[in-house]
Design a protein around this ligand. Structure first.
Ligand SMILES: [Zn+2]
Length: 271
């Protein structure tokens, strides 16, 4: 009798010793998986911000030191009184911008009675007089054009031949160098070369390419710089930027552009 009892208890103990740990292990396993997956679900949104935070400081540090000028932060390029105010297809002039010191230069005109900002008009008169001494007879073919004038001009081209064509030969209102009151289109005695690239071959075109900088004017759209300026070669379009600045650009090399010299973005419209 006494032999059976322990046998039974022993058997029960043995079973218990085998089953209980298995059960415990199974429960722990189930709980463990539950906890693990639960944790995983809870933590899932957390690991996502970690990788995004990493790339922010490192790669952005490299492009910053580039010696370019941001016209948005340098008043020389957006101040409405500045002679370096930028108007190109990437930089629009302030809404409804109109210079306050427009004047009629006392020079020979064609197509209209044009104005320019005071200092530019004075410089233009000086240039025309000096050209006469070299037997060169310049004619002013365009000057200041208001935003509404430019709108009429641009809309006319766009309506007739489409936006693509209008953009290729004209500026959208607010983007024109002529609206600064510092730009002029110059012509010679032979009208057939007016506003054509052949103007470069005329005595007036040659004289301007060589001498305009001395009076504070730069050829705004030189040959082969379309992608930088946003415009094809215009040997007739000159922009006043003061004698001091024009000399710097002239000395910087042949066909140097305003955009390249000051490190300003140009080219085509953003949209
Ligand atoms: Zn022009």
């Amino acid at each position: 009798m006494s032999e059976r009892k322990p046998k039974r208890t022993l058997r029960f103990d043995r079973i218990a010793m085998i089953i209980i740990p298995i059960l415990v292990a199974a429960i722990l396993l189930v709980l463990g998986i539950g906890l693990f997956t639960g944790k995983d679900k809870k933590n899932k949104p957390e690991p996502t911000p970690t990788p995004t935070a990493e790339p922010t400081p490192t790669p952005e540090a490299t492009p910053t030191p580039t010696p370019t000028v941001d016209p948005e932060t340098d008043s020389r390029f957006f101040d409405t009184d500045s002679y370096l105010i930028v108007a190109n297809k990437k930089h629009k002039l302030p809404e409804g911008y109109e210079p306050s010191d427009l004047a009629y230069p006392e020079v020979e005109m064609r197509y209209n009675n044009w104005t320019m900002r005071w200092d530019a008009a004075v410089a233009l008169e000086e240039m025309f007089k000096d050209a006469e001494k070299d037997d060169i007879h310049l004619v002013m073919g365009s000057g200041y054009r208001s935003e509404s004038f430019q709108k009429t001009l641009y809309d006319g081209y766009a309506e007739e031949s489409g936006i693509q064509y209008a953009d290729s030969i004209s500026s959208r209102p607010g983007y024109s160098d002529h609206q600064t009151g510092l730009a002029t289109d110059l012509c010679g005695q032979d009208t057939q070369y007016d506003l054509t690239q052949e103007f470069e071959k005329t005595p007036e075109g040659k004289w301007l390419a060589e001498n305009a900088w001395k009076y504070g004017f730069i050829m705004r759209y030189p040959k082969g710089k379309d992608k930088i300026t946003g415009y094809t070669y215009e040997p007739w379009h000159f922009r006043y930027i003061t004698k001091e600045e024009a000399k710097k650009i002239h000395d910087a090399g042949e066909n140097m552009t305003f955009e390249e010299f000051y490190g300003i973005s140009g080219g085509d419209y953003a949209d």
